[in-house]
Design a protein. Structure first.
Length: 426
């Protein structure tokens, strides 16, 4: 059968807001406002889905190139990580750093044991060699470490989870807006997330494309804002996307997750989308004069503000990083973005009160040297304590004397850190 659309109705300036409270029912809509099923091949093949809020199909359907390329690149680089992890391995000697092995044509591809890397991946040393985010190296001139973490992953589990989300979000955006725009959003979100992680978590080492992927999540929200009038139920779209993003960010407050990269990548993606992700239908409607002047001005204003804000945020982030700004003095509550002890409100300095704690000792890379003269029962420990400040790479040396150092291990070292490092609990 053939569907025909009635003549466009004259709409008030508040029609977008009115659609937030309108009930979803099967009705005839002007062609310029009618959503389609995913299988619609052209603007004439329109089927209204009750309760749906799908965006109109773009005037041009792009073939996804960037997202498949990124997925392939990350998969290949993960294989290189396993190869690098096995370079120094001896054929007949199993170690913690090279525990799970796969011999192949004279080489050994291997992963560390689960106690070293529970994500089934290489050792930390390999990730550092290949370009993980490390403040000291970045400040020493290895600026490429602001980009390389987007291609590295801590293991098979980490990579699969990220790539599944990238395919779900990225393919739809790239089909609608093309590879160039999606690539710009992806990289500026990811790099901005790495910069802010380096500023606010100078003691941690991190890898992964999560910041860039959260940028695409934020871009999906920004897309709804910029193309508000083309959605049948824009508030429903905002609510569903916002709830999903909030849940993911809340899960990121668990320890050992770089939620700074997630949060700031999400924010940058939202801002970038306001300047870049405008559908051809929206642009055509604006040029043809079918939209009110206020809507046109607001759209262009958002683009100018988004471009200016993106530039200023990058400059501020780089100044904070290379200028050794004390970010925690400027934003004392920013630590809550990265980790929240649970149950909320528990006293994390009290043993057993929280399911997990957010001390810098647990996830900050504390290390130590042990010294003694004569007997190990009267030794000293020089700890390299992680700090909230970005000074000295985010670490401070603290010496604890007159200790029995016979059984000092990783667990006891974390306990010493919590008891003696000044910024252990923020």
């Amino acid at each position: 059968h053939e569907l025909t659309a009635p003549p466009p109705e004259r709409r008030s300036h508040d029609d977008g807001l009115a659609r937030c409270t309108a009930s979803a029912s099967r009705t005839h809509l002007p062609l310029s406002m009618m959503p389609t099923s995913p299988a619609a091949a052209s603007l004439e093949e329109v089927v209204f889905v009750s309760g749906g809020y799908a965006l109109l199909p773009p005037a041009q359907h792009y073939r996804p190139v960037f997202v498949p390329l990124m997925v392939s690149a990350c998969a290949v680089i993960l294989g290189v990580e396993f190869y690098e992890n096995g370079l120094d391995a001896r054929p007949n000697k199993v170690t913690k750093d090279c525990y799970y092995r796969l011999p192949f044509q004279g080489s050994i591809f291997c992963a560390a044991d689960l106690s070293t890397n529970p994500l089934i991946g290489p050792s930390n040393d390999v990730l550092l060699r290949m370009g993980a985010k490390e403040n000291k190296a970045i400040l020493d001139g290895q600026f490429w470490r602001l980009v390389t973490p987007l291609f590295l992953h801590a293991g098979i589990v980490h990579c699969i989870l990220n790539m599944v989300v990238l395919l779900q979000l990225g393919m739809r955006l790239e089909e609608a807006y093309g590879a160039t725009r999606v690539a710009i959003v992806y990289f500026i979100s990811g790099i901005w997330g790495v910069i802010m992680s380096a500023v606010l978590a100078p003691h941690s080492i991190s890898v992964g494309a999560s910041g860039a992927i959260f940028g695409l999540m934020g871009a999906s929200l920004g897309e709804v804002v910029q193309n508000w009038r083309l959605y049948e139920r824009p508030c429903a779209a905002m609510g569903q996307l916002g709830f999903g993003a909030a849940l993911q960010l809340l899960l990121g407050t668990m320890p050992l997750v770089d939620n700074f990269a997630h949060f700031f990548g999400f924010c940058m993606g939202l801002i970038a989308a306001l300047g870049l992700l405008i559908t051809p239908l929206a642009s055509r409607a604006t040029r043809s004069g079918s939209w009110p002047m206020a809507a046109k001005c607001l759209r262009h204003l958002l683009q100018v503000v988004a471009a200016s804000l993106t530039y200023l945020l990058f400059i501020a982030g780089l100044l904070a990083l290379y200028g050794n700004w004390d970010a925690y003095k400027l934003c004392p509550e920013c630590a809550r973005i990265a980790c929240l002890p649970f149950p909320w409100g528990c006293d994390q300095s009290s043993p057993g009160a929280c399911w997990w704690d957010c001390s810098l000792c647990s996830g900050g890379g504390v290390s130590a040297q042990v010294f003694w003269t004569g007997s190990q029962r009267n030794g000293s420990v020089v700890m390299r304590c992680p700090t909230l400040s970005n000074q000295d790479g985010g670490f401070e040396n603290v010496t604890v004397q007159h200790l029995n150092v016979e059984n000092v291990d990783d667990t006891s070292l974390v306990g010493l850190c919590k008891g003696h490092c000044p910024d252990a609990f923020g």
